[in-house]
Design a protein around this ligand. Structure first.
Ligand SMILES: NC(=O)c1ccc[n+]([C@@H]2O[C@H](COP(=O)([O-])OP(=O)(O)OC[C@H]3O[C@@H](n4cnc5c(N)ncnc54)[C@H](O)[C@@H]3O)[C@@H](O)[C@H]2O)c1
Length: 334
């Protein structure tokens, strides 16, 4: 019998509905959005039988699985309630806004015995997945430097109701946006030990948060790395990422049909090739397929509650370091 799924928040959540509808082992029985007209549109488009405006009503139903795709500031509240209701949870990135919320979510996920996956969707972008495989297979030798970026002009992307510019419940772009880049580097190079970051606000001067941050990271392995986050820079959205090893380099992003590989493992000295990849920068259907497989076959999910928490903590370290001017040790012991 198909797993019954419910989805809360129906803009990005619309991709979750599509992913569940596409999956042979799931069906969406209810969707929720405080904007009922939006919920009705999505329900009609995907043949979902029930629409509610209050997430508590959704959680009263018999559901195996709940997706939380509401504004970042609401993830902790909605995920904790979904776990309490006895559902497996898929939470959009970032897992939460603060380390304290992450600690609560780790405890709740452990107590529930349910699967809890964070939608760090870059792990499912074909270019990044191939990059990770080539690095794991030794194509560029021993890693020493990793770089990624989140450059996404938010000038007109304030979120429904303006949650990205909320002056009280600050939505830090380095947590909400750069978590993509941070998670990618953590996936490939492991946990980060220490961060020193710098930030400014020269473009979106009427926003309540810094619009540009550069974070330097020292990984536990000794690899060094950098993440740049700009939400005001005028250029197309992409996540150009470079991975340097002692025998080669890979340059990839989530919006190009190829990745670039330089490797001395080719017959002559330093050779270059481009490798084709599919274009699927927001591959939510693959993300959902892996979660469903984990639930049905009792396997670990790729980005569990602790991975989600470490990515948030690594992002928060950059926000704190930029604010204080001091290096910050990253919390990894969740
Ligand atoms: N994985 C990705 O690449 C990706 C891309 C975009 C957004 N996101 C994440 O998805 C989440 C949603 O982002 P978005 O771009 O869809 O935002 P949005 O502002 O466009 O849409 C949010 C939706 O949630 C609804 N909502 C707000 N409060 C609600 C509540 N209490 N109960 C039910 N519905 C509520 C709003 O009415 C709106 O329809 C955020 O956490 C964001 O960071 C992830």
């Amino acid at each position: 019998m198909a797993l019954k799924a419910g989805v809360i928040g129906l803009r990005m959540g619309r991709s979750h509905v599509a992913g569940y509808v596409q999956n042979p082992n799931t069906e969406v029985t209810v969707v929720c959005d405080i904007d009922e007209a939006q919920a009705r549109r999505v329900a009609d488009e995907y043949g979902v039988p029930e629409v509610v405006a209050d997430y508590r009503e959704l959680l009263e139903q018999e559901l195996d699985l709940v997706s939380v795709a509401t504004p970042d500031q609401l993830h902790a509240e909605h995920c904790l309630a979904a776990l309490e209701a006895g559902a497996h949870v898929l939470c959009e990135k970032p897992m939460a806004q603060t380390v304290e919320e992450c600690e609560q979510m780790v405890a709740a996920a452990d107590a529930s015995g349910k699967q809890f996956m964070i939608g760090q969707v870059c792990r499912f972008a074909p270019g990044f997945a191939l990059t990770k495989k080539l690095i794991d297979d030794g194509m560029i030798g021993k890693l020493f430097l990793v770089e990624s970026e989140y450059a996404h002009d938010y000038t007109h992307v304030k979120g429904v109701g303006g949650w990205r510019v909320d002056p009280v419940r600050l939505r830090e772009p380095f947590v909400g946006g750069a978590c993509h880049a941070v998670d990618l580097l953590r996936w490939i190079a492991g946990n980060v030990a220490e961060c020193h970051a710098f930030a400014n606000r020269f473009v979106l001067t009427d926003w309540p948060v810094n619009d540009c941050t550069v974070a330097n990271y020292r990984f536990e392995s000794g690899v060094v790395g950098q993440v740049m986050c700009s939400i005001g820079g005028k250029r197309p959205y992409t996540m150009r990422s470079c991975f340097y090893g002692d025998s080669g380099t890979i340059i990839s992003d989530n919006t190009s049909p190829t990745i670039q590989v330089y490797s001395t493992k080719y017959p002559t000295t330093l050779q270059f090739s481009t490798m084709p990849v599919n274009l699927a920068s927001h591959n939510v259907a693959s993300e959902i397929a892996q979660l469903v497989d984990a639930i049905l076959n009792d396997k670990p999910v790729p980005t569990d509650v602790r991975e989600g928490a470490r990515t948030v903590a690594t992002c928060r370290a950059a926000v704190e370091s930029a604010a204080t001017g001091q290096p910050v040790q990253v919390k990894n012991d969740f």
